[in-house]
Design a protein around this ligand. Structure first.
Ligand code: C5P
Ligand code: MG
Length: 295
């Protein structure tokens, strides 16, 4: 047993998988030696900071919060559900390459956003929609957000979901601290406050690299932070740190929520630490505790 595992006993949880634990040890030690002022955290939102399931029931993504809310007509809800049933299986299909999936993802997001725009959603209705939803951040999220804030570690939330909704989820919990920055799909409201479009370039689950490169100003501001802790749940999340300048060390933690048996090998090949059906922030929290502790 390695010494760092004694300091991070959470890594021995039955849900934790590592292809190369020596490599994990090496990355952790290098980041710790560099000091926390060299660290930035980049995290996906849906199904990474939020729970995948609770009491056997699927939890909503930021899109699903809207899709199943009172703001959407019954036919609109049925159409959005249809899209989910058509495209989600493609998103998580481990037999298809990312290149094969790309056009389908663009189609899904484009159709879903067009349907949302048809619904004439008002900005002032979003708070209630989030309040009435089953959105749930992962167990231990309070410690995660507070710890990063207390140590002035920048947190980039990089989401192919809906920025306005995910911000509202975190704000309603009272944890939208000033060290948080969000790259996501933001709604564009007309002067009367009605949704008329989405702003900027579309971010879907497999084009985060392009999104990262478009936001070079953010990474320029953080140019002294060469070490990254990356949290994701999709293989598409692995490119979220592609804009980081002079990257030295990156530790990638992947939540494997769905299609576990089929996905395990590819997750192990690409994420340093794989968390299988783990609905908590225990491992990221323990790692942050290790990295920020004095010894
Ligand atoms: O925050 P994150 O990047 O994970 O958000 C993307 C997730 O939102 C995808 O994993 C996808 O399953 C989900 N999604 C959805 N409804 C849509 C589009 C995407 O639930 N219309
Ligand atoms: Mg996700």
């Amino acid at each position: 047993m390695f010494s760092y595992i004694q300091q991070i006993p959470e890594l021995t949880k039955a849900t934790v998988w590592m292809k190369d634990s020596k490599r994990v040890e090496h990355i952790l030690k290098s980041i710790k030696e560099s000091g926390i002022n060299t660290l930035q955290v980049i995290s996906d939102f849906d199904m990474t900071l939020t729970r995948f399931a609770h009491n056997g029931k699927r939890c909503p993504t930021s899109h699903n919060i809207l899709d199943s809310s009172k703001l959407i007509s019954e036919t609109g809800q049925a159409e959005l559900k249809n899209l989910l049933n058509t495209y989600y299986p493609i998103e998580v299909d481990s037999t298809r390459s990312i290149e094969e999936k790309l056009p389908f993802m663009v189609e899904w997001w484009t159709k879903a956003h067009a349907l949302l725009i048809e619904q004439k959603i008002r900005k002032d209705q979003l708070t209630a929609a989030v309040k009435e939803s089953d959105a749930m951040l992962r167990e231990g999220f309070q410690l995660f957000f507070d710890h990063l804030h207390q140590h002035s570690i920048p947190l980039l939330i990089f989401s192919a979901g809906i920025g306005d909704i995910l911000e509202e989820v975190i704000r309603q919990e009272g944890f939208f601290h000033p060290n948080i920055k969000v790259f996501s799909n933001y709604m564009d409201f007309d002067e009367s406050g009605v949704l008329q479009d989405f702003k900027g370039e579309l971010i879907h689950v497999y084009n985060k690299r392009e999104g990262a490169l478009l936001n070079s100003g953010h990474f320029q501001e953080l140019k002294s932070r060469h070490n990254v802790l990356l949290l994701g749940d999709s293989l598409g999340d692995l490119t979220m740190a592609d804009g980081v300048q002079d990257l030295q060390n990156i530790l990638k933690i992947g939540y494997l929520n769905d299609k576990v048996e089929e996905g395990k090998q590819s997750y192990l090949d690409s994420y340093d630490i794989v968390l299988e059906r783990d609905e908590t922030m225990d491992v990221p929290n323990a790692i942050l505790q290790y990295l920020t502790s004095a010894q």
